[in-house]
Design a protein around this ligand. Structure first.
Ligand code: GLN
Length: 488
């Protein structure tokens, strides 16, 4: 546990390592010791900088919000505090959550703490949260996951990253988590092991009537009950657990260094009594394109509010232009306030939503999203509470065959932060998300678990951490985490 009750311990465990890792952008320098009772009593927890906190700024790693301090705490932060945890600081991220390597940040990149002599990416966009946990600077951290931003950095840094079912943890879109793409955004948990991630999840998994996208209590209770019936039928050893391996999750970009350890995991699970079932999710190859159209479209709409007048940093209008004063302020504030990646997404998204392109881009992407959801519903034994197509009795049918899916979390280990590789990474960075976006599009729970014990069996570069992901039907979060524990 990260203890820093004295100023000296605080410096040693937080301030000094942070000078190299750059995980925190704001530290609560004399963290108030929260109440010492409650289910998170005594835990030091970091919070991603796109989640509103009233004691520390919330910058979203953007010049647009560089001076912003929220007048309130997001519901998930309130729950952390009321459960006895101490919020120790705000963590670095890609600007507004857009990115996979935590290199698009006004605070600079996060350096993967696994080996700082060979500077590599901590992954993004919740790179600061993953790095803070990996470096032992805190006990757990909150991140957000829109298309993989908790699971990818967890995989690169060698920690556990859990994205719950969509709608279980409050995002309280208007006053809580800063919206990137509302239909995908989830608050997730990073922890050094599954047990602590589960503990934090349990404290945050509460219905919030102020979050319009929160799953209603009746639906959660029903889904949880089905999942726990299945869990108890499996017993503590989980023998007879049916694990699907989706054949489409081994794209050509998947590096050899990941495949071998993954194979060993499958063998080990089989020995423990699991039933391994090869499955097909045929729409997977369209997921990435669909995700980037939908996420950019929603982002362009959400980020329209930052105009330098009502919201965001104001930049003085430039003297010579034919724009009106207001348009001039908008243009200056937005072009100086947003970084290049965010501007690119807003342009893409605005285009996808324009009258000429809407049918070909936005609507097609929505259709693909439905196909991806249907793929998952066909393979899971548990039914989906939000789909009318399948009965919600939780029964097995021939086509619906597995409890969970298992796949590598990322196509490779952490990429280098050095200049040459960075250029390469920029071009291929969207590909990093190819394995994580399908679960996001379908709103499913997914946990990435590091394969610590397989490290020694592999050679060369693979000593860098590798993550394996478990994905389950909507609402089976506890089942997914229980399977995650089998991998530790
Ligand atoms: N890398 C993806 C993106 O840039 C995912 C980000 C996220 O999950 N916040 O959109």
């Amino acid at each position: 546990q990260a203890h820093y009750s004295t100023q000296q311990a605080l410096r040693q465990q937080l301030v000094e390592p942070n000078a190299t890792v750059n995980a925190f952008v704001n530290l609560a320098l004399s963290p108030k010791i929260s109440q010492q009772t409650g289910r998170l009593a005594g835990l030091n927890i970091a919070v991603k900088d796109n989640i509103a906190t009233k004691e520390l700024p919330t910058t979203c790693s953007s010049a647009m919000l560089k001076d912003f301090v929220s007048p309130f705490d997001a519901t998930c932060v309130q729950l952390l505090k009321s459960s006895g945890a101490t919020v120790v600081g705000k963590t670095n991220c890609d600007e507004f959550g857009m990115g996979s390597l935590n290199i698009h940040s006004i605070h600079g990149p996060v350096v993967n703490p696994f080996d700082t002599t060979d500077p590599r990416s901590a992954g993004g966009s919740s790179g600061g949260s993953a790095a803070a946990v990996a470096a032992g600077m805190c006990d757990a951290a909150l991140g957000t996951d829109t298309g993989g931003s908790v699971r990818l950095p967890a995989s690169y840094c060698g920690v556990v990253g859990f994205k719950p079912s969509y709608g279980l943890i409050s995002r309280q879109a208007v006053w809580g988590v800063v919206s990137y793409a509302d239909s995908l955004d989830c608050v997730g948990v990073l922890g050094s092991d599954v047990a602590i991630s589960l503990r934090v999840f349990e404290a945050l998994c509460e219905y919030d009537p102020r979050d319009p996208t929160a799953a209603p209590p009746e639906i959660r209770e029903d889904a949880f009950a089905h999942a726990s019936t299945r869990l108890s039928s499996l017993g503590s050893e989980m023998t007879g657990l049916r694990i699907g391996i989706p054949q489409e999750y081994f794209p050509k970009e998947l590096s050899q260094e990941v495949i071998e350890p993954f194979r060993q995991v499958i063998l080990q699970l089989k020995e423990q009594g699991a039933i391994i079932v090869p499955v097909s999710l045929p729409s997977t190859s369209y997921a990435l394109s669909s995700y980037y159209v939908l996420a950019s479209a929603e982002a362009s709409s959400n980020l329209a509010r930052y105009d330098g007048i009502q919201y965001g940093s104001y930049v003085r209008p430039s003297p010579s232009t034919d724009l009106s004063i207001t348009a001039n302020v908008y243009a200056q504030s937005r072009s100086q306030g947003f970084g290049a990646e965010v501007q690119k997404r807003m342009l893409l998204g605005t285009y996808a939503l324009s009258a000429d392109a809407f049918d070909n881009y936005f609507l097609q992407a929505q259709r693909v999203r439905q196909m991806i959801k249907n793929d998952f519903d066909r393979v899971f034994s548990m039914s989906n509470y939000f789909s009318d197509a399948v009965p919600s009795d939780g029964s097995f049918t021939a086509a619906r065959q597995v409890d969970v899916l298992l796949h590598p979390s990322a196509i490779r280990t952490a990429p280098s932060l050095s200049i040459n590789e960075k250029v390469e990474a920029d071009l291929s960075s969207y590909v990093q998300d190819v394995l994580t976006v399908p679960a996001s599009l379908a709103g499913l729970p997914a946990v990435s678990v590091p394969l610590g014990k397989y490290e020694s069996a592999v050679k060369g570069d693979t000593r860098w951490p590798i993550g394996v992901s478990v994905v389950g039907q909507w609402g089976t979060d506890r089942l997914v985490l229980k399977v995650g524990r089998l991998l530790e």
